[in-house]
Design a protein around this ligand. Structure first.
Ligand SMILES: C[S@@+](CC[C@H](N)C(=O)[O-])C[C@H]1O[C@@H](n2cnc3c(N)ncnc32)[C@H](O)[C@@H]1O
Length: 235
């Protein structure tokens, strides 16, 4: 594993949470999404579809679910998994298939890569954790090659008719599960508040468009509580 520029400020708070929850992150994810998270990660990996032999970057790789799926799906591609949490990365590196991936500790706000290094970028649950959303997306645009695609898995603030019920579910159920499954209510209270306060898919799509991305689309999941977005950097 290589290490590069490390986080400060809001990053430090988020970093501390993920260092703390790394040991039960996969279990909590399974319970909170009723086992759907792995399926969404498979869809993210399928949608990024790099050219054969391409370079793939999985940002906020965490315990490596998307990176491992991408390495399995595209054996001719080189996959790099980046995260700023050492604890999360160490869980990823202990999983079967991890040797096929280059793991790197770095902050998504300041990526240690040359311009136009990657044919595709994936990320799961990064954006609502960052302070400078536009800056983090701009970094991704910078390191993506023209013609490359970015695929984002994120939580989604509830909207529409189901908003009151889903809002209640996120506010009450998520911290409760944190308490019951992980004995850690406070970290999952952060998940609840960051989800409810986060931007809509339309807002993220507008930001991507403003940065120059094209062919932007998204699909909501799990009663609108999660979303997969995709976009392409024009040639
Ligand atoms: C909720 S986990 C998601 C892990 C994985 N992508 C998944 O779908 O299961 C979010 C990850 O983002 C990482 N992260 C948050 N902010 C980051 C930043 N600025 N730079 C790098 N990693 C970051 C955290 O350390 C954590 O591992």
């Amino acid at each position: 594993m290589t290490t590069d520029r490390m986080p400060r400020d809001k990053g430090s708070e988020v970093h501390g949470i993920f260092e703390k929850i790394a040991g039960y992150y996969d279990r909590m994810n399974f319970v909170m999404t009723l086992g759907r998270h792995e399926k969404w990660c498979r869809e993210v990996a399928a949608r990024v579809a790099p050219a054969a032999g391409g370079q793939l970057l999985d940002l906020a790789t965490g315990t490596g679910v998307i990176a491992l799926e991408a390495a399995r799906r595209y054996p001719a591609s080189a996959v790099t998994g980046v995260d700023f949490s050492e604890e999360m990365l160490s869980r990823a590196m202990a999983k079967p298939g991890a040797d096929a991936i280059r793991w790197q500790r770095a902050d998504a706000a300041c990526l240690p890569f040359e311009n136009e290094s990657f044919d595709g970028i994936t990320e799961g649950y990064l954006l609502r954790n960052v302070e400078d959303l536009a800056g983090v997306l701009r970094e991704q645009y910078r390191v993506l090659k023209p013609g490359g695609r970015i695929v984002i898995l994120e939580t989604c603030p509830p909207s529409g008719l189901l908003k009151p019920i889903m809002g209640w579910g996120v506010r009450v159920v998520v911290p409760l599960l944190g308490q019951l499954v992980a004995r850690d209510r406070s970290s999952y209270t952060y998940l609840e508040s960051s989800t409810l306060a986060f931007k809509s898919p339309q807002h993220i799509a507008d930001m991507l468009s403003g940065l120059g991305f094209r062919d932007i689309g998204w699909r909501k999941k799990f009663f609108g509580t999660n979303v997969i977005l995709w976009a392409t950097k024009p040639k």
